[in-house]
Structures are given as C-alpha cells and as structure tokens.
Design a protein around this ligand. Structure first.
Ligand code: AOF
Ligand code: ZN
Length: 373
C-alpha cells in the first residue's frame, strides 16, 4: 500500500458515508444536476481530519468539488478527496472538476457512483489517473446512487424517477369513500412524507384526489416550506376548481395542470389568471398517456416525481410499470366497510419489487420497496 493509501478500507467508507449524507442537503434543489457531496480529508500523522466540504450548489452550480477545495485551501495538497459522483470532465461555467482536483494537488480520490453523462463517463477518473492521482472507484456506490436516482433515471431513461407513496390502514385501505382526507398515519409518518416532498422535484395527484381532499401538497416542515416541489394534477378535462387550495396558492408554489385540451374554457382562463400552468397531454383510450407525460416532465428538468394518489392514479402508474420506488406507510387502525382498497396486496408486498428498508414511525409501519432488477 502506498503512503497515500493509509486511509483505505473502513475509514474510506466512513468518509464516503459522510460525503453522501452531505449530498442529501441539496436534494431537490440542484435543477437537472445531481446533488453531489465532496469531502477533503488529510492525515498529518494525528489521524484523518476533514479540511474541506462541498455540496453542489442550489441551482446546480458551482459543483461540489471546487467549493470543498476552496475551503481546504493549501491543506488540499496531498489530501484525499471523497466524491459521491465521478468528478466532471467537461467545461461548463467553470473548468472540469477533475482538473481542479489535479491543480489543487489532491493525491488520492475515492469515488462512489459513476456518471452516465457522456461528457463525463470514465473521462473524469481518466484525467485524475493520468495526473498520477490514486483513484478508488465504487466505494458505497449503491448508497450514493440511491440519492442520485432521479438524476440517473432521467439520464438513462429520459423520464423522472417515480416514487409512489401510499398511506394504508391496517386493513389495507387508503381512505373511505366520500370522506376526503382520512388520517391514517401519525405525526412522524407525516413529517417523513413532507421530507420526501422537500427532496422531490415534483409531486403528482389525480383530479379525483384534488377534488375529494382539496390538498395543499406543500412541504410544511418548520424551516423547509421554501422546499415545496412543483405540484402536478392529472386533470384531463380541467376540472380543478379555481377555489381549490392548489389554485389559490399557485403563485406561492407552482401548480401544473396536465389537460387534454388547450381550449380556453372559462375555467382554464380563471386558473391561468391565478398563476396555474398547463401542460397539454396525449390521451389514449380515455386515459392520460403517462409515459409521454413523464418524458415531457423530464424534458422540463423534473428528475424526481412523487405520486401521492389516489387509488386510480396509483393503479395507473403501477399497471404501466412506471413505479421505481414504493413507500408504504401503514397505520394501526382499520377503516372497515366503505374503505377504498389499496391497489396492491400489503400483506405480501407488491409484485416485482424488493424490500429496501423497514422502520417504525410511532405506531406506523414503514416499508420501502424498489423495483427488483
Ligand atoms: C461534478 N460535481 O457537484 C456535480 C456534477 O450543467 P453543468 O455544466 O453543471 O454539468 C452538469 C453535469 O455535471 C451533470 O450531468 C453531471 O455529469 C455533472 N454533475 N459533477 O463534478 C458536481 N453536480
Ligand atoms: Zn464538476
């Protein structure tokens, strides 16, 4: 092992885990760029210490690396850089991050996820190696990719990463017919959902849910209200009422209505005057064509989409195999007769998915599944 390799192994994984946690800070805030974390770590004999930290800035620039290097200053010379994504190799508003790492005198780079961007893929690491830097790739790659999944899905599939969130009663219902919002889960689960909203680029419901629940779909965690995502309503016939919470707050948090026709009906004009935006969608056999809609959303820069209901919309995404991740929050109470059944069997888990993590949130049971394979 070389002198610079003294941090290999467990310490590398620990610092990479810290860089991944740092990258989480700007999830949902970096436009079409992934939120990347960088740590600069040096060891002068008394143990490793962090001398620079960077996370991709809000809006996507500057990238993480130059910020971490700036904090480290001269201490970057001979240090190790932990990067959650392969450093870029292309000239943007600033020189490539790989070159910046070289110029700063970094002697070792530990990287997590690979970058599918053709301007970068493999080239970033090549620049580092050609400059004599020792490079370790793929450390905690899955964990890093998990947080960049929106970026990766949009790059590779040209659509956003779709997360379906469902709150289920103990008897597998998602609500009671004709009753609007029913409290199924407790405060901790609700806070988790609001955190998920904060980290998503957009949130989507069907018009049925918009009419029945009149939801706000904002992030209402203290201090994070500015992180509410774009709110999208699947609304083929433009039925969203101008008096709805969504329409009335469209100037504070954007609302996008996906409608089949762009005919200027009085309702559409009223909604547009309130600041509601419209996206024309294709309709196949009476239903909004979801794959095309997702492509349009990706083209608008949406990397992560959270689908919040209701049963009809959830089924449509599941049936078309467009769900990448499924987050099930199960509360302790039963709904009983009159309940709206969830579009999946909660006891056996959804077909085609594997369980990624499980947790208790107060009295609720949380299960997160990802598409298998
Ligand atoms: C890095 N560090 O923090 C991020 C990277 O539009 P640009 O010029 O900002 O380039 C976007 C690309 O940069 C994006 O597709 C991805 O390849 C990379 N993101 N790279 O070195 C970072 N966010
Ligand atoms: Zn870069």
């Amino acid at each position: 092992m070389t002198e610079a390799g003294a941090l290999a192994g467990d310490a590398d994984r620990r610092f990479m885990a810290a860089a991944i946690r740092l990258s989480r800070r700007h999830l949902g805030l970096t436009g079409t760029n992934p939120s990347v974390g960088t740590l600069i770590v040096r060891d002068d004999g008394a143990g490793p210490r962090i001398v620079g930290r960077g996370v991709t800035a809000i809006g996507g620039r500057p990238h993480a690396e130059p910020q971490a290097l700036e904090e480290a200053g001269e201490a970057a010379r001979g240090a190790t850089a932990y990067v959650t994504l392969e450093p870029c190799a292309h000239h943007g508003r600033t020189p490539p991050c790989a070159n910046t790492l070289v110029a700063a005198g970094i002697s070792r780079v530990v990287g997590a996820a690979s970058d599918p961007d053709p301007r970068v893929s493999g080239k970033g690491y090549a620049i580092l190696r050609e400059a004599g830097i020792e490079v370790f790739e793929g450390v905690l790659a899955d964990e890093a990719a998990d947080l960049m999944r929106g970026y990766l899905t949009r790059s590779l599939k040209k659509r956003p990463e779709v997360t379906l969130k469902l709150a289920l009663s103990a008897d597998g219902m998602i609500g009671r017919r004709g009753e609007g919002q029913v409290a199924i889960t407790g405060a901790i689960s609700r806070a988790q959902v609001h955190m998920m909203r904060a980290e998503s680029d957009a949130i989507l419901v069907g018009i049925g849910t918009a009419l029945a629940d009149d939801p706000a779909l904002t992030c209402r965690l203290p201090g994070l209200s500015a992180r509410s995502p774009l709110r999208i309503v699947l609304d083929r016939d433009t039925r969203l009422p101008p008096g709805s919470v969504l329409a009335r707050t469209a100037r504070e948090v954007p609302v996008l209505v996906t409608a089949a026709s762009d005919c200027p009906t009085p309702r559409r004009i009223a909604l547009a005057e309130q600041g509601v935006d419209f996206l024309a969608v294709d309709v196949h056999e009476g239903h909004i064509a979801l794959p095309e809609l997702l492509e349009d959303l990706a083209a608008r820069g949406i990397m992560t989409l959270m689908v919040e209901g209701g049963a009809y919309t959830a089924s449509a995404f599941l049936d078309e195999d467009l769900v990448d991740r499924l987050c099930l929050f199960t509360g302790p109470a039963e709904i009983g007769p009159g309940g709206i059944a969830a579009p999946l069997d909660p006891a056996h888990g959804p077909a085609g998915f594997r369980l990624l993590r499980e947790a208790r949130f107060g009295d609720d049971h949380y299960r997160e599944y990802v598409r298998a394979g």
